[in-house]
Design a protein around this ligand. Structure first.
Ligand code: LMR
Length: 389
């Protein structure tokens, strides 16, 4: 019976973790999967997370089920963090999910259930976006977002493509710190695309997974807030993996901003029933940690301070990479203005494989680099490796 199954290829991004681990060469550098690393190469646990965990160990009264919706305190705090004033008083359906991917999958299942046929996806995007939408039965239509050779956002072409979308189609947007390009929309462009989405009756699904890694906590959510103020309905998928360093705890949420409270109740019931027949209930620990941090002024301030230090470290590495790489690829001065963990270099797959084979420099075939994974001490050597191409 099992032999009816065709073997599936490994996820290329996740496979890189194993390939890097088994490479015995000294001086190997991992620019692959999106995790933050500090100057010692470690992915640290935030101080505030450790403190919240200690508190939970002492005070958590039970491990009984939380229910398909998850932790309501977590959901409230996270909504306020991501949407600020724009989300206040909005009729919202919210569900805690196993990470941002779980949020996207629930969003996709919900859309399929309500008859959404197509979702428009800016290209290039995180490879798992299209995979999640397709497995939920949605048709994925690409729209131009970013031109790699010139390192520019193709905003006019994006608007032209979205003008051809039909009412009821969904549109995926990255809130900030775009994965894989690091390129973001300007405030004016957010206003323009929000107006277009509202005018054409499209349903936006905003993926916010790197809040605090780009220009700052508020700034990284500004586009999402502009959009929320302009549209009657929206889906927002939030990941706490990077912003709280909770990767393996699988902590996220899906929110549906609705036109009224009645609709919100109906959406919530549908999300809950989708969750129930899939994984039943979300894991508790990460959400309990985030709820503890965001509900405590001192822990929140400490978390924000540590996140800001990380953001500044990424920014300074961006500056050095931009200066070094632009000696060979002039367009890569753009790395400085790009934001978040990633940039997408104008490399051929053969270049990527050569760097891996000859220099133990690891990145996915697309040429995406995880800048947040690089130590300052490695930057010059990494630039040299690229310049050797
Ligand atoms: C990435 O793009 O590297 C991260 O979002 C990790 C993942 O799950 O792919």
């Amino acid at each position: 019976m099992f032999d009816a199954l065709a073997r599936q290829p490994d996820d290329p991004l996740l496979a890189l973790i194993g390939l890097f681990r088994t490479d015995a060469r000294a001086g190997k550098v991992d620019l692959g999967v999106g995790v933050y690393r500090d100057e010692t190469g470690a992915t640290p646990i935030f101080r505030a997370v450790k403190a919240a965990e200690r508190r939970l160990v002492e005070t958590q009264p039970t491990k009984a089920y939380v229910g398909p919706e998850g932790n309501p305190v977590f959901l409230d705090h996270l909504w306020t963090l991501t949407t600020g004033e724009a989300g206040k008083g909005r009729a919202t359906a919210a569900l805690q999910t196993p990470g941002g991917s779980g949020a996207l999958r629930l969003a996709a299942d919900l859309m399929a259930l309500m008859g959404t046929r197509r979702i428009w996806l800016g290209l290039p995007s995180w490879p798992n976006h299209a995979a999640i939408f397709k497995v939920a039965g949605l048709e994925v239509v690409g729209y131009p977002f970013f031109d790699v050779p010139s390192q520019t956002v193709l905003f006019d072409r994006m608007m032209e493509a979205l003008s051809g979308a039909s009412a009821g189609d969904a549109v995926l947007l990255h809130a900030s710190c775009h994965n894989p390009t690091g390129a973001n929309l300007t405030d004016d462009q957010w206003r323009a695309v929000s107006d277009l989405i509202a005018a054409r009756g499209l349903l936006p699904l905003v993926d916010i997974a790197y809040q605090g890694y780009g220009r700052g906590l508020e700034e990284d959510a500004a586009g999402l807030r502009t959009l929320l103020s302009a549209v009657p309905e929206a889906l927002v998928a939030v990941s706490c993996s990077k912003s709280f360093g909770l990767y393996r705890e699988r902590t996220g949420a899906i929110y549906a901003a609705c036109g009224n409270a009645e609709t919100a109740l109906s959406v919530r019931s549908n999300l809950a029933s989708l969750a129930r027949t899939n994984y039943s209930m979300p894991p508790d620990h990460g959400a309990a940690v985030v709820a503890t941090i965001l509900g405590d002024a001192a822990l929140k301030a400490d978390w924000m301070a540590e996140l800001e230090t990380m953001r500044q470290r990424i920014t300074s590495i961006r500056e050095r990479l931009a200066a070094g790489l632009s000696a060979r690829w002039q367009v890569l001065t753009a790395i400085r203005a790009q934001e978040g963990m990633f940039s997408l270099l104008p490399l051929e797959e053969a270049d990527v494989m050569k760097l891996r084979a000859e220099h133990a420099l690891y990145m996915p075939a697309s040429g995406r680099i995880n800048i947040a994974g690089l130590k300052s001490a490695e930057v010059d050597a990494v630039i040299e490796k690229f310049l050797s191409l």
